[in-house]
Ligand binder design. Structure first.
Ligand code: XMP
Length: 510
């Protein structure tokens, strides 16, 4: 049995967080939907049941058969999971008089219980439930209570099965990580061997076995994921990896040349292809954001395919897919969530490229990709780069895209980004960029009236791009950048700062 942990997902918004906390303990885990137990169940050493938006009493609620798990492996059931255990083991679960949401404190904790070792009464926990466990199953041992909830934590009789009403995965549960560690390390005896170095060793070995003498082609974007995937593959198969870095003419100022040099310096077998003109032609006259995205996506595939065909006998296509994309595609909620924007280029294999797919990062979260990148010796500048969308500046030029507008935006963007760097603000911001608005405004320069473009600066904090807030950049910085832009970039006479959060706005404007 390996040191794997299975997280059975009942559809909670926090399931990914459980996995991230477990990984932070250097323990490998996988999320699987509750209705599809993995075939290699014997390889998992412990199981965590997630929360769920359902009530166990509802007919549509997840009611999986856990007979292959309970009494065979240690189980930690969280929130809905705990109610599910209680409900089907003879306990009583009923609607709470009020929905309990937010901070609570443990009022009593059973001492001498390994799950709560080092956790004391008074510890803050995060609750989010509409049902409560009114009565525990026969023989169950009560482990903790709070002021409002009697049965906050329990252990079932004669089995290493635990239920907790609160969410240990949420940061507001201050001892949550400790509790997970107690369960996984002390109770389930899972070894903490999942480190970036061990991942690299294992993956290099797996890639060598999988790819053999085959040739692999990979599209580099300058972003963290494709870069780490490339370096990992390069370590495994060296010159059998062929990287293609396409300049779509929509990158930041001097980005193509700069990043290409960095890639070459890392020993990668990389070909830079300047296809800017093809992209500008495909974009000509297109105003609608989705039309622009589609034109860029289609052109990219054509360019990439042309280039891939110049490499003789390619067998594999490598992609930088990471775990959140994979989780979304297998989610209990019926696969990928509704498309708000047609981004996140998953599953993007065109039919005419009949290549086998290799995705060395598909089990990693973004922060793990960075740590693996560090272990591989990739320069911190490359690893710490802000996310940048595939369609690049095209979705930051509202309305139609022309080469002149790209040049103008590149200049403004460069002043903003370099300004962030020189004021040591770059690393405090998750993503930053400038949007070129399709309006002119009146200004006055010297004695002359101007009628020129408006640009909007955007800088957000976020952890995963799903939610974001605008960053409170210092006024002095904004003042300096605004002056620099208006004085140095001809054609712009007004700078505004975007103070919208996501939701309800999005990070990009298109
Ligand atoms: P939104 O605008 O949806 O952006 O809040 C969330 C994150 O996704 C990036 N983004 C894209 N990335 N292709 C990409 O590869 C796209 O079409 C695309 N649209 C948005 C955005 O930059 C942010 O990091």
């Amino acid at each position: 049995m390996q040191n794997n942990v299975l997280i059975l997902d009942f559809g909670s918004q926090y399931t990914q967080l459980i996995a991230r906390r477990v990984r932070e303990l250097n323990i490998y885990c996988e999320i699987h939907p509750f209705n599809k137990l993995p075939q290699n169940l014997s390889e998992f050493k412990a199981v965590i049941l997630s929360g769920s938006p359902f009530s166990v009493r509802g007919e549509d609620a997840p009611h999986p058969d856990l007979s292959q798990i309970r009494k065979h492996k240690p189980v930690l059931a969280v929130c809905y999971g705990a109610q599910y255990l209680a409900h089907f083991s003879g306990g009583l679960v009923e609607a709470s008089a009020t929905r309990e949401y937010g901070r609570a404190r443990l009022s009593t904790v059973t001492t001498n219980e390994p799950l709560f070792e080092g956790i004391e009464a008074g510890s803050q926990v995060w609750m989010s439930h509409g049902d409560s466990i009114i009565r525990l199953p026969e023989g169950a041992i009560l482990l903790a209570s709070s002021h409002d909830v009697a049965n906050v934590a329990f252990k079932l009789k004669d089995e290493a099965t635990y239920g907790i009403q609160f969410h240990p995965e949420v940061y507001h549960s201050t001892d949550g990580k400790k509790l997970l560690e107690n369960f996984l390390v002390n109770i389930a005896q899972v070894a903490q061997t999942w480190t970036p170095d061990s991942f690299v060793d294992l993956t290099v070995h797996e890639l060598q076995e999988k790819v053999g003498k085959g040739k692999v082609v990979l599209g580099l974007s300058g972003g963290v994921d494709s870069t780490v995937a490339a370096v990992l593959l390069h370590k495994a198969i060296g010159k059998q990896l062929y990287c293609i870095f396409v300049n779509n003419g929509l990158l930041r100022k001097n980005e193509f040349e700069k990043v290409l040099r960095q890639y070459e310096g890392m020993g990668l077998n990389v070909k830079g292809v300047d296809a800017s003109k093809r992209f500008y032609e495909a974009l000509a006259g297109k105003n609608d954001p989705e039309d622009k995205r589609k034109a860029i996506g289609k052109t990219f595939i054509e360019v990439f395919d042309d280039e891939a065909h110049t490499i003789e006998g390619v067998d594999w296509l490598a992609q930088g897919t990471i775990y959140p994309d994979v989780i979304e595609s297998i989610s209990v909620n019926g696969g990928p969530s509704a498309t708000i924007k047609s981004h996140h280029n998953v599953g993007g294999l065109p039919d005419f490229m009949k290549l086998k797919i290799v995705e060395p990062l598909r089990m990693l979260f973004k922060d793990e990709v960075r740590r693996v990148g560090k272990a591989l010796g990739i320069h911190p500048d490359l690893l710490g780069r802000h996310p940048f969308p595939g369609p690049g500046l095209a979705i930051r030029i509202l309305g139609d895209v022309t080469e002149e507008k790209v040049r103008l935006l590149q200049e403004v963007d460069d002043i903003f980004i370099e300004g962030l760097r020189s004021w040591n603000l770059y690393d405090e911001v998750w993503q930053a960029g400038v949007i070129l608005l399709p309006v002119n405004s009146v200004g006055v320069m010297g004695d002359e009236r101007t009628y020129e473009k408006v640009v909007a600066l955007r800088a957000v904090s976020s952890t995963d791009g799903m939610t974001a807030d605008w960053v409170h950049l210092p006024y002095e910085f904004l003042m300096k950048v605004s002056n620099d832009i208006i004085n140095k970039v001809k054609g712009v006479n007004r700078v505004v700062y975007d103070i919208s959060s996501k939701p309800p706005s999005t990070i990009e404007w298109e």
